[in-house]
Design a protein around this ligand. Structure first.
Ligand SMILES: [Zn+2]
Length: 120
């Protein structure tokens, strides 16, 4: 059975209210759907982005690597969460390139730290 979890994320410079939802479809390999919701303020309309998630970690890597693909496959990112700490996280999206952090990292970190991206 699929499991669904939602974690709230800390505000960033543009959005006060943010959350990430993960729908687990398969445990090994870890596959599911991630939805990131962001609102500029409590009362503004939520904007959401959905991605298919696949765990692309290999045994050698000292962290976790996730592939995020937007519906239709037009946009695809790889988000790396380092076991050395979040200052070593990275992502292939333009937000990360511009600001050194992005919503993908925040969303996956939030889910990982609450134990929702374990493989078993
Ligand atoms: Zn990103």
């Amino acid at each position: 059975m699929n499991s669904v979890v939602t974690v709230s994320l800390p505000p960033n410079r543009t959005h006060a209210v943010r959350s990430a939802t993960f729908i687990r479809v398969s445990a090994r390999p870890l596959i599911g759907v991630v939805e990131i919701r962001e609102q500029r303020s409590e009362r503004s309309k939520a904007k959401s982005s959905r991605y298919a998630l696949r765990d692309d970690s290999d045994g050698e890597y000292t962290g976790r690597m996730f592939r995020l693909t937007k519906p239709g496959g037009r946009e695809r990112y790889w988000t790396i969460l380092s076991c050395k700490g979040d200052e070593y996280d990275s992502c292939t999206c333009r937000g990360f390139e511009a600001f050194g952090v992005c919503k993908h990292i925040h969303a996956l970190r939030g889910l990982l730290e609450e134990g929702h991206l374990n493989e078993e």
